[in-house]
Ligand binder design. Structure first.
Ligand code: TYM
Length: 433
Protein backbone atom coordinates (compact mmCIF):
# COMPACT_ATOMS: atom_id res chain seq x y z
CA UNK A 1 0.00 0.00 0.00
CA UNK A 2 1.40 3.37 -0.93
CA UNK A 3 2.30 5.38 2.11
CA UNK A 4 -0.02 8.35 2.44
CA UNK A 5 1.82 11.64 2.85
CA UNK A 6 0.38 13.91 5.47
CA UNK A 7 0.62 17.67 4.99
CA UNK A 8 -0.61 20.47 7.14
CA UNK A 9 -1.71 23.76 5.68
CA UNK A 10 0.65 26.59 6.59
CA UNK A 11 0.18 30.34 6.74
CA UNK A 12 2.32 32.62 4.56
CA UNK A 13 5.44 33.95 6.26
CA UNK A 14 6.72 37.39 5.24
CA UNK A 15 9.63 38.94 7.10
CA UNK A 16 12.69 41.03 6.15
CA UNK A 17 14.84 37.91 5.64
CA UNK A 18 12.52 35.49 3.88
CA UNK A 19 9.23 35.39 2.01
CA UNK A 20 7.20 32.20 1.76
CA UNK A 21 3.71 31.82 0.38
CA UNK A 22 1.14 29.81 2.32
CA UNK A 23 0.80 26.04 1.72
CA UNK A 24 -2.56 24.40 1.15
CA UNK A 25 -3.62 21.11 2.73
CA UNK A 26 -1.72 19.21 -0.02
CA UNK A 27 1.49 21.05 0.80
CA UNK A 28 1.33 23.07 -2.45
CA UNK A 29 2.62 26.67 -2.28
CA UNK A 30 -0.07 29.20 -3.10
CA UNK A 31 0.22 32.79 -4.32
CA UNK A 32 1.04 35.47 -1.77
CA UNK A 33 -2.11 37.09 -0.45
CA UNK A 34 -1.30 40.79 -0.30
CA UNK A 35 -4.66 41.84 1.04
CA UNK A 36 -4.12 39.49 3.98
CA UNK A 37 -0.75 41.18 4.72
CA UNK A 38 -2.42 44.60 4.65
CA UNK A 39 -5.10 43.40 7.05
CA UNK A 40 -2.62 41.70 9.37
CA UNK A 41 -0.21 44.64 9.47
CA UNK A 42 -2.94 47.25 9.30
CA UNK A 43 -1.61 49.17 6.30
CA UNK A 44 -3.84 51.09 3.86
CA UNK A 45 -4.54 49.91 0.32
CA UNK A 46 -3.65 52.42 -2.42
CA UNK A 47 -7.01 53.15 -4.01
CA UNK A 48 -8.20 55.17 -7.02
CA UNK A 49 -9.03 58.15 -4.83
CA UNK A 50 -5.43 58.40 -3.60
CA UNK A 51 -4.12 58.06 -7.16
CA UNK A 52 -6.46 60.80 -8.38
CA UNK A 53 -5.21 63.07 -5.61
CA UNK A 54 -1.62 62.20 -6.53
CA UNK A 55 -2.24 63.27 -10.13
CA UNK A 56 -4.04 66.45 -9.10
CA UNK A 57 -1.35 67.50 -6.63
CA UNK A 58 1.76 66.59 -8.66
CA UNK A 59 0.44 67.00 -12.23
CA UNK A 60 1.98 63.59 -13.06
CA UNK A 61 0.16 60.51 -14.27
CA UNK A 62 0.73 57.78 -11.64
CA UNK A 63 3.60 55.42 -12.52
CA UNK A 64 2.46 52.23 -14.27
CA UNK A 65 3.37 50.26 -11.12
CA UNK A 66 0.87 52.38 -9.17
CA UNK A 67 -1.77 52.10 -11.91
CA UNK A 68 -1.35 48.31 -11.97
CA UNK A 69 -1.41 47.83 -8.19
CA UNK A 70 2.20 46.63 -8.00
CA UNK A 71 2.79 49.36 -5.42
CA UNK A 72 -0.32 48.51 -3.51
CA UNK A 73 -0.16 49.68 0.08
CA UNK A 74 0.96 52.64 2.18
CA UNK A 75 1.05 54.37 5.51
CA UNK A 76 0.42 58.15 5.48
CA UNK A 77 1.29 58.67 1.79
CA UNK A 78 -1.63 61.13 1.70
CA UNK A 79 0.21 63.22 4.29
CA UNK A 80 3.22 63.43 1.98
CA UNK A 81 0.92 64.71 -0.78
CA UNK A 82 -0.28 67.41 1.60
CA UNK A 83 3.30 68.42 2.43
CA UNK A 84 4.14 68.55 -1.29
CA UNK A 85 1.01 70.57 -2.04
CA UNK A 86 2.00 73.11 0.61
CA UNK A 87 5.66 73.24 -0.43
CA UNK A 88 6.81 71.90 2.95
CA UNK A 89 10.02 69.87 3.10
CA UNK A 90 10.28 66.09 3.21
CA UNK A 91 12.85 63.54 2.02
CA UNK A 92 13.07 60.04 0.60
CA UNK A 93 14.91 57.16 2.24
CA UNK A 94 15.42 53.65 0.94
CA UNK A 95 18.06 50.94 1.09
CA UNK A 96 19.64 47.71 0.05
CA UNK A 97 21.28 44.91 2.01
CA UNK A 98 24.41 44.01 -0.01
CA UNK A 99 24.40 40.21 0.14
CA UNK A 100 25.93 39.71 -3.34
CA UNK A 101 27.91 41.81 -5.79
CA UNK A 102 24.95 42.35 -8.11
CA UNK A 103 21.33 43.45 -7.89
CA UNK A 104 18.60 41.26 -9.34
CA UNK A 105 15.61 42.44 -11.32
CA UNK A 106 13.38 42.43 -8.20
CA UNK A 107 15.61 44.88 -6.30
CA UNK A 108 15.39 47.36 -9.14
CA UNK A 109 11.59 47.69 -8.64
CA UNK A 110 11.55 49.75 -5.40
CA UNK A 111 14.73 51.51 -6.54
CA UNK A 112 13.43 52.57 -9.96
CA UNK A 113 10.24 53.67 -8.28
CA UNK A 114 12.22 55.73 -5.75
CA UNK A 115 14.05 57.43 -8.61
CA UNK A 116 10.72 58.26 -10.22
CA UNK A 117 9.43 59.73 -6.93
CA UNK A 118 12.63 61.76 -6.65
CA UNK A 119 12.03 63.17 -10.15
CA UNK A 120 8.35 63.90 -9.47
CA UNK A 121 8.74 65.51 -6.03
CA UNK A 122 12.23 67.00 -6.55
CA UNK A 123 13.37 66.12 -3.02
CA UNK A 124 16.55 64.72 -1.42
CA UNK A 125 17.13 60.98 -1.14
CA UNK A 126 19.30 59.13 1.37
CA UNK A 127 20.25 55.60 0.37
CA UNK A 128 21.39 53.18 3.06
CA UNK A 129 23.57 50.15 2.28
CA UNK A 130 23.23 47.79 5.23
CA UNK A 131 26.57 45.99 4.94
CA UNK A 132 26.49 45.57 8.74
CA UNK A 133 23.11 43.78 8.50
CA UNK A 134 24.23 41.33 5.83
CA UNK A 135 27.38 40.34 7.74
CA UNK A 136 25.32 39.93 10.93
CA UNK A 137 22.53 37.87 9.36
CA UNK A 138 24.51 35.66 6.96
CA UNK A 139 27.14 33.45 8.54
CA UNK A 140 28.97 33.01 5.22
CA UNK A 141 29.51 36.78 4.72
CA UNK A 142 32.35 38.60 6.48
CA UNK A 143 32.16 42.33 7.24
CA UNK A 144 34.86 42.89 4.58
CA UNK A 145 32.81 40.96 1.98
CA UNK A 146 29.66 42.93 2.82
CA UNK A 147 31.46 46.27 2.53
CA UNK A 148 32.89 45.22 -0.82
CA UNK A 149 29.41 44.17 -2.06
CA UNK A 150 28.07 47.52 -0.81
CA UNK A 151 30.44 49.40 -3.13
CA UNK A 152 29.51 47.21 -6.12
CA UNK A 153 25.79 47.58 -5.35
CA UNK A 154 26.21 51.36 -5.00
CA UNK A 155 27.51 51.45 -8.58
CA UNK A 156 24.43 49.51 -9.70
CA UNK A 157 22.19 51.93 -7.83
CA UNK A 158 23.87 54.93 -9.45
CA UNK A 159 23.38 53.29 -12.88
CA UNK A 160 19.61 53.45 -12.26
CA UNK A 161 19.89 57.21 -12.77
CA UNK A 162 19.57 58.92 -9.37
CA UNK A 163 20.35 62.62 -9.52
CA UNK A 164 23.76 63.29 -7.90
CA UNK A 165 22.74 66.73 -6.59
CA UNK A 166 19.85 65.22 -4.64
CA UNK A 167 21.26 61.82 -3.61
CA UNK A 168 23.49 60.68 -0.78
CA UNK A 169 24.45 56.97 -0.77
CA UNK A 170 26.25 55.50 2.24
CA UNK A 171 27.55 52.24 3.68
CA UNK A 172 26.63 51.77 7.35
CA UNK A 173 30.10 50.43 8.13
CA UNK A 174 31.75 53.56 6.74
CA UNK A 175 29.32 56.39 7.52
CA UNK A 176 27.46 55.75 10.76
CA UNK A 177 28.87 58.04 13.47
CA UNK A 178 28.10 61.32 15.19
CA UNK A 179 24.36 62.30 15.14
CA UNK A 180 23.35 59.11 13.36
CA UNK A 181 25.00 56.96 16.02
CA UNK A 182 23.57 59.10 18.79
CA UNK A 183 20.09 58.60 17.32
CA UNK A 184 20.70 54.84 17.10
CA UNK A 185 21.74 54.58 20.75
CA UNK A 186 18.90 56.83 21.89
CA UNK A 187 16.40 54.75 19.93
CA UNK A 188 18.03 51.61 21.37
CA UNK A 189 17.40 53.00 24.84
CA UNK A 190 13.68 53.43 24.08
CA UNK A 191 13.00 49.99 22.60
CA UNK A 192 12.97 46.79 24.66
CA UNK A 193 14.03 43.26 23.71
CA UNK A 194 10.38 42.24 23.95
CA UNK A 195 9.49 44.74 21.23
CA UNK A 196 12.15 43.54 18.77
CA UNK A 197 11.39 39.92 19.61
CA UNK A 198 7.75 40.59 18.70
CA UNK A 199 8.66 42.41 15.48
CA UNK A 200 11.41 40.08 14.19
CA UNK A 201 11.05 36.75 15.99
CA UNK A 202 14.39 37.03 17.83
CA UNK A 203 15.09 34.80 20.85
CA UNK A 204 17.57 34.54 23.70
CA UNK A 205 20.16 32.87 21.44
CA UNK A 206 20.08 35.67 18.83
CA UNK A 207 23.41 37.49 18.77
CA UNK A 208 23.33 40.97 20.22
CA UNK A 209 24.48 42.53 16.92
CA UNK A 210 21.26 41.37 15.27
CA UNK A 211 19.20 42.61 18.18
CA UNK A 212 20.68 46.11 17.93
CA UNK A 213 20.70 46.36 14.13
CA UNK A 214 17.01 47.43 13.73
CA UNK A 215 17.89 50.61 15.58
CA UNK A 216 20.15 51.61 12.66
CA UNK A 217 17.67 50.84 9.89
CA UNK A 218 15.03 52.78 11.85
CA UNK A 219 16.91 55.96 12.74
CA UNK A 220 18.08 56.28 9.13
CA UNK A 221 14.60 57.80 8.65
CA UNK A 222 15.40 60.73 11.00
CA UNK A 223 16.56 63.86 9.19
CA UNK A 224 18.88 64.59 12.14
CA UNK A 225 20.97 61.52 11.20
CA UNK A 226 22.37 63.49 8.23
CA UNK A 227 23.50 66.91 9.49
CA UNK A 228 25.53 67.55 6.30
CA UNK A 229 22.74 67.29 3.75
CA UNK A 230 20.54 70.15 4.98
CA UNK A 231 22.87 73.13 5.41
CA UNK A 232 26.19 74.42 4.10
CA UNK A 233 27.33 74.67 7.72
CA UNK A 234 26.08 71.42 9.28
CA UNK A 235 24.69 72.03 12.73
CA UNK A 236 26.92 70.70 15.46
CA UNK A 237 23.94 69.48 17.50
CA UNK A 238 20.73 67.68 16.60
CA UNK A 239 17.89 70.21 16.36
CA UNK A 240 14.10 70.09 16.47
CA UNK A 241 13.92 72.14 13.26
CA UNK A 242 15.68 69.33 11.34
CA UNK A 243 13.92 66.54 13.26
CA UNK A 244 10.59 67.95 11.98
CA UNK A 245 11.42 67.08 8.35
CA UNK A 246 9.27 64.08 7.45
CA UNK A 247 10.50 61.03 5.58
CA UNK A 248 8.88 58.86 2.89
CA UNK A 249 10.21 55.30 2.53
CA UNK A 250 9.55 53.27 -0.64
CA UNK A 251 10.21 49.53 -0.13
CA UNK A 252 9.10 45.96 -0.68
CA UNK A 253 6.49 45.08 1.97
CA UNK A 254 8.94 42.65 3.68
CA UNK A 255 10.72 45.66 5.24
CA UNK A 256 7.59 46.98 6.97
CA UNK A 257 8.33 45.42 10.42
CA UNK A 258 11.28 47.79 10.88
CA UNK A 259 9.20 50.82 10.22
CA UNK A 260 6.26 49.79 12.38
CA UNK A 261 8.73 49.78 15.25
CA UNK A 262 9.95 53.19 14.16
CA UNK A 263 6.47 54.68 13.77
CA UNK A 264 5.59 53.48 17.27
CA UNK A 265 8.61 55.20 18.80
CA UNK A 266 9.62 58.22 16.66
CA UNK A 267 7.68 60.65 18.88
CA UNK A 268 9.60 59.46 21.96
CA UNK A 269 12.99 60.78 20.83
CA UNK A 270 14.46 63.86 22.53
CA UNK A 271 13.88 65.64 19.22
CA UNK A 272 10.69 63.90 18.08
CA UNK A 273 10.16 63.26 14.37
CA UNK A 274 6.85 62.73 12.55
CA UNK A 275 5.99 59.10 11.82
CA UNK A 276 7.66 58.29 8.48
CA UNK A 277 5.29 57.64 5.57
CA UNK A 278 5.70 54.31 3.76
CA UNK A 279 4.84 53.01 0.31
CA UNK A 280 5.00 49.25 -0.28
CA UNK A 281 5.55 47.15 -3.39
CA UNK A 282 4.57 43.56 -4.06
CA UNK A 283 7.44 41.15 -4.78
CA UNK A 284 8.60 40.48 -8.28
CA UNK A 285 7.86 36.79 -8.30
CA UNK A 286 10.52 34.07 -8.54
CA UNK A 287 10.93 32.53 -12.00
CA UNK A 288 9.28 29.41 -10.56
CA UNK A 289 6.04 31.29 -9.95
CA UNK A 290 3.74 32.72 -7.35
CA UNK A 291 4.39 32.02 -3.67
CA UNK A 292 8.05 33.04 -3.67
CA UNK A 293 10.00 36.22 -4.40
CA UNK A 294 12.91 36.58 -6.74
CA UNK A 295 15.82 36.22 -4.34
CA UNK A 296 19.64 36.31 -4.47
CA UNK A 297 19.81 33.31 -2.15
CA UNK A 298 18.25 31.13 -4.88
CA UNK A 299 20.10 32.02 -8.12
CA UNK A 300 17.70 29.94 -10.24
CA UNK A 301 14.82 32.11 -9.03
CA UNK A 302 16.38 35.33 -10.28
CA UNK A 303 17.51 37.31 -13.28
CA UNK A 304 20.59 39.30 -12.28
CA UNK A 305 21.47 42.69 -13.68
CA UNK A 306 24.79 41.13 -14.81
CA UNK A 307 23.09 38.39 -16.87
CA UNK A 308 23.89 38.17 -20.58
CA UNK A 309 21.11 38.18 -23.21
CA UNK A 310 21.69 34.44 -23.61
CA UNK A 311 21.37 33.76 -19.89
CA UNK A 312 18.11 35.73 -19.77
CA UNK A 313 16.76 33.74 -22.69
CA UNK A 314 17.76 30.41 -21.12
CA UNK A 315 16.34 31.30 -17.70
CA UNK A 316 12.96 32.39 -19.09
CA UNK A 317 12.69 29.42 -21.43
CA UNK A 318 13.83 26.90 -18.84
CA UNK A 319 12.45 28.16 -15.51
CA UNK A 320 9.69 30.76 -16.04
CA UNK A 321 6.50 29.08 -14.83
CA UNK A 322 3.96 28.91 -17.64
CA UNK A 323 0.21 29.31 -17.44
CA UNK A 324 -0.13 27.65 -20.87
CA UNK A 325 -1.54 24.22 -21.70
CA UNK A 326 0.64 21.15 -22.28
CA UNK A 327 0.04 20.95 -26.04
CA UNK A 328 -0.54 23.57 -28.72
CA UNK A 329 -3.90 21.95 -29.54
CA UNK A 330 -5.07 22.18 -25.94
CA UNK A 331 -3.78 25.73 -25.66
CA UNK A 332 -5.68 26.85 -28.76
CA UNK A 333 -8.81 25.10 -27.47
CA UNK A 334 -8.70 25.98 -23.75
CA UNK A 335 -6.53 29.11 -23.66
CA UNK A 336 -3.80 29.97 -21.15
CA UNK A 337 -3.86 31.54 -17.69
CA UNK A 338 -1.94 34.85 -17.79
CA UNK A 339 -2.54 35.51 -14.08
CA UNK A 340 -0.12 32.76 -13.02
CA UNK A 341 2.18 32.95 -16.03
CA UNK A 342 5.53 34.39 -14.90
CA UNK A 343 6.40 35.76 -18.36
CA UNK A 344 3.12 37.68 -18.44
CA UNK A 345 3.59 38.88 -14.85
CA UNK A 346 7.05 40.24 -15.76
CA UNK A 347 5.53 42.08 -18.71
CA UNK A 348 3.12 43.83 -16.33
CA UNK A 349 6.21 45.41 -14.74
CA UNK A 350 8.20 46.27 -17.83
CA UNK A 351 5.69 46.95 -20.65
CA UNK A 352 4.68 50.62 -20.46
CA UNK A 353 1.77 50.48 -22.93
CA UNK A 354 -1.48 49.62 -21.06
CA UNK A 355 -3.41 48.85 -24.28
CA UNK A 356 -0.70 46.48 -25.58
CA UNK A 357 -0.63 44.65 -22.27
CA UNK A 358 -4.40 44.23 -22.28
CA UNK A 359 -4.24 42.82 -25.81
CA UNK A 360 -1.58 40.28 -24.74
CA UNK A 361 -3.71 39.27 -21.75
CA UNK A 362 -6.79 38.73 -23.93
CA UNK A 363 -4.92 36.83 -26.63
CA UNK A 364 -3.16 34.54 -24.16
CA UNK A 365 -6.39 33.77 -22.37
CA UNK A 366 -8.19 32.98 -25.61
CA UNK A 367 -5.37 30.68 -26.77
CA UNK A 368 -4.49 32.84 -29.76
CA UNK A 369 -1.08 33.67 -28.26
CA UNK A 370 1.13 30.66 -27.47
CA UNK A 371 3.46 30.28 -24.48
CA UNK A 372 6.54 30.30 -26.73
CA UNK A 373 5.40 33.59 -28.30
CA UNK A 374 4.71 35.16 -24.92
CA UNK A 375 8.10 34.05 -23.58
CA UNK A 376 9.80 35.54 -26.65
CA UNK A 377 8.20 38.95 -25.96
CA UNK A 378 9.27 38.85 -22.33
CA UNK A 379 12.81 37.79 -23.22
CA UNK A 380 13.12 40.77 -25.60
CA UNK A 381 11.76 43.29 -23.09
CA UNK A 382 14.04 42.02 -20.32
CA UNK A 383 17.11 41.82 -22.56
CA UNK A 384 16.56 45.46 -23.49
CA UNK A 385 16.04 46.57 -19.86
CA UNK A 386 19.15 44.75 -18.61
CA UNK A 387 21.33 45.84 -21.58
CA UNK A 388 20.37 49.51 -21.10
CA UNK A 389 21.27 49.16 -17.41
CA UNK A 390 24.63 47.54 -18.24
CA UNK A 391 25.50 50.41 -20.61
CA UNK A 392 24.87 52.94 -17.81
CA UNK A 393 26.75 50.78 -15.30
CA UNK A 394 29.93 50.95 -17.44
CA UNK A 395 29.98 54.73 -16.94
CA UNK A 396 30.04 54.50 -13.14
CA UNK A 397 33.71 54.95 -12.27
CA UNK A 398 35.24 55.03 -8.77
CA UNK A 399 35.22 58.85 -8.99
CA UNK A 400 31.49 58.92 -9.72
CA UNK A 401 30.92 56.52 -6.81
CA UNK A 402 32.95 58.73 -4.46
CA UNK A 403 30.88 61.78 -5.48
CA UNK A 404 27.57 60.10 -4.50
CA UNK A 405 29.01 58.78 -1.23
CA UNK A 406 30.46 62.08 -0.04
CA UNK A 407 28.47 63.58 2.86
CA UNK A 408 27.51 67.05 1.58
CA UNK A 409 24.73 69.59 1.26
CA UNK A 410 22.13 68.32 -1.23
CA UNK A 411 20.26 70.57 -3.67
CA UNK A 412 16.56 70.30 -4.50
CA UNK A 413 13.59 72.53 -5.26
CA UNK A 414 10.41 70.70 -4.18
CA UNK A 415 7.04 71.88 -5.49
CA UNK A 416 7.45 74.83 -7.91
CA UNK A 417 3.84 76.01 -7.32
CA UNK A 418 2.92 75.35 -3.70
CA UNK A 419 -0.47 76.22 -2.25
CA UNK A 420 0.13 77.46 1.29
CA UNK A 421 -1.81 75.79 4.09
CA UNK A 422 -5.06 77.64 4.87
CA UNK A 423 -4.53 80.07 7.75
CA UNK A 424 -6.23 78.95 10.97
CA UNK A 425 -9.66 80.60 11.24
CA UNK A 426 -9.61 83.77 13.39
CA UNK A 427 -12.44 83.58 15.85
CA UNK A 428 -14.39 86.73 16.66
CA UNK A 429 -14.85 87.76 20.28
CA UNK A 430 -18.48 86.68 20.07
CA UNK A 431 -17.57 83.21 18.67
CA UNK A 432 -14.96 82.58 21.34
CA UNK A 433 -17.29 83.58 24.14
P1 TYM B 1 17.18 44.00 0.34
O1 TYM B 1 18.56 44.14 -0.17
O2 TYM B 1 16.72 42.64 0.77
O3 TYM B 1 16.20 44.54 -0.74
C1 TYM B 1 16.30 45.87 -1.26
C2 TYM B 1 14.90 46.35 -1.63
O4 TYM B 1 14.37 45.48 -2.64
C3 TYM B 1 13.15 44.93 -2.19
N1 TYM B 1 13.06 43.58 -2.78
C4 TYM B 1 12.17 43.29 -3.74
N2 TYM B 1 11.21 44.03 -4.31
C5 TYM B 1 10.45 43.46 -5.26
N3 TYM B 1 10.61 42.16 -5.63
C6 TYM B 1 11.56 41.36 -5.09
N4 TYM B 1 11.70 40.11 -5.47
C7 TYM B 1 12.41 41.93 -4.09
N5 TYM B 1 13.43 41.46 -3.32
C8 TYM B 1 13.81 42.49 -2.55
C9 TYM B 1 13.19 44.97 -0.67
O5 TYM B 1 11.91 44.96 -0.10
C10 TYM B 1 13.90 46.30 -0.45
O6 TYM B 1 13.00 47.38 -0.55
N6 TYM B 1 17.36 45.70 5.12
C11 TYM B 1 17.15 46.10 3.72
C12 TYM B 1 17.95 47.34 3.32
C13 TYM B 1 17.31 48.62 3.78
C14 TYM B 1 16.08 49.15 3.32
C15 TYM B 1 15.90 50.38 4.03
C16 TYM B 1 15.16 48.74 2.37
C17 TYM B 1 17.82 49.48 4.71
N7 TYM B 1 16.96 50.53 4.86
C18 TYM B 1 14.78 51.20 3.81
C19 TYM B 1 14.04 49.53 2.13
C20 TYM B 1 13.85 50.74 2.86
C21 TYM B 1 17.48 44.92 2.79
O7 TYM B 1 18.20 44.02 3.15
O8 TYM B 1 16.94 45.05 1.53
Amino acid sequence: MAEEQSHTAQEQDINPWSVEGARDENGEVVAINYEAICRKWNTSIIDDKLLERFEKVTGHKPHRWLRRGLFFSHRDFDRILTLYERGEPFFLYTGRGPSTGSLHLGHTIPLQFTKWLQDVFDVPLVFMLTDDEKALFKDSITFEDAMHFAMENAKDIIALGFDLKKTFIYSDLKYVSNHFLMNAWEFGKLVTFNQVRGAFGFNESTNIGRIFFPSLQCVAAFATSYPEIWKDEPSTERTQEIANIQCLIPMGIDQDPYFRLLRDNAHRMRFPSPKPALIHSKFLTALQGAGGKMSSSDPNSAIFMTDTPKQIKTKINKYAFSGGQVSIEDHRRLGGNPDVDVSYVYLTYFEEDDAKLEEIYKNYKSGELLTGELKKMTIEVLQQYVAAFQEKRKEVTDEVLAAYMKPRKLEWKGNPNPVPAPAPAIRTKKESA
